[in-house]
Design a protein around this ligand. Structure first.
Ligand SMILES: NC(=O)c1ccc[n+]([C@@H]2O[C@H](COP(=O)([O-])OP(=O)(O)OC[C@H]3O[C@@H](n4cnc5c(N)ncnc54)[C@H](OP(=O)(O)O)[C@@H]3O)[C@@H](O)[C@H]2O)c1
Length: 279
């Protein structure tokens, strides 16, 4: 079986296709509509969006107009990070579902443990309140799974200690040379699936000389190597692409990176554009 048809199983038994399609920075309207159609045609059945991306309605339209059954497409969206009150969660969720022209979401994520303008600061109490609302949404059946994004270990522990329903997913920045091992291992130990966002480091990995060299060895492209790397760590990559060539190329990841090459990639410095490490 090909990766595009394989699934992970979440803690509550829900299946989620192993390869997702990222949609950040794809403008709403025709660009997101056409790209989502191309992604569906290429075989993607897992779409990651967010209210903040302002493209939910175009993605929803492409899915609705396709001949694919709603139950065969996994749709994730996210609560905007500045929403920190109980009532607003329900309002935001209803808007998201309406935008996506669907009756339910497959996965709803709390986009960050802090509002963007207070990034890195502690909002434990707010997160607990929001999580209560998430649990209620889950219990109504309007969302099949709930989770978080950008959560560190302390943020997760804060939620887990009182939760009736544990987070099933943590979506974090994850790519070659930027493994976030501690939070990844914490998630694995707690049966939380890690979704790897920015698996191509928002495009920065593509021209890395070591990645090019190792990709060449396997007869694949750097993007394919980077996506496969995430899968071999048991994470769910969410590559974003526009244009059919990239969209299709990123589905062709049915090969295996050997352990010694995985080790080289794990130890690779200089892949994180924000850390400015030079090899
Ligand atoms: N939860 C969060 O806070 C959060 C934050 C960031 C991202 N995300 C999610 O993760 C997704 C992916 O992250 P990302 O958007 O940062 O970017 P990414 O997937 O790491 O990289 C996308 C970039 O790589 C290029 N690319 C894609 N396929 C390629 C290929 N085969 N060959 C060469 N270049 C290729 C794309 O170009 P083209 O577009 O021209 O194809 C684009 O410039 C997002 O779209 C979003 O769904 C979540």
């Amino acid at each position: 079986m090909s990766i595009i048809n394989e699934s992970y199983v979440l803690a509550n038994g829900i299946e989620v296709p192993k390869l997702g399609f990222g949609t950040w920075k794809i403008p709403g309207g025709d660009p997101a509509y056409v790209t989502a159609k191309d992604a569906l045609a290429a075989g993607y059945r897992n779409f990651d969006t967010a209210k903040k991306y302002a493209n939910e309605s175009s993605i929803g339209k492409a899915i609705k107009e396709s001949s694919i059954d709603r139950k065969d497409v996994f749709i994730s969206s996210k609560l905007p990070p500045e929403v920190m009150t109980y009532d607003e969660v329900f309002e935001e969720f209803d808007r998201t579902v309406e935008n996506l022209q669907t009756d339910y979401l497959d996965l709803y994520l709390l986009q960050a443990p802090w509002p963007w303008n207070d990034s890195g600061n502690i909002h434990d109490r707010d997160n607990m309140i929001v999580w209560k609302a998430f649990e209620e949404l889950y219990e109504t059946g309007k969302v099949k799974a709930i989770g978080v994004a950008n959560f560190g270990i302390l943020d997760l522990e804060n939620i887990i200690k009182d939760a009736k329903v544990q987070p099933m997913v943590n979506q974090i920045r994850y790519f070659i040379g930027f493994d976030q091992e501690k939070v990844r291992d914490f998630c694995t130990d707690n049966n939380i699936l890690v979704e790897a966002y920015s698996p191509l480091a928002t495009g920065h990995l593509i021209e890395h000389p070591v990645i090019e060299e190792i990709a060449h060895k396997y007869g694949v492209t750097p993007a394919q190597l980077a996506i496969r790397y995430c899968l071999q760590h048991g994470t769910l990559p969410l590559p974003k692409a526009v244009g059919k060539d990239h969209i299709v190329e990123n589905t062709q990841v049915d090969f295996a990176i050997e352990p010694e090459d995985m080790k080289r990639l794990e130890d690779l410095p200089g892949t994180d554009p924000d850390e400015k490490i030079v090899e």
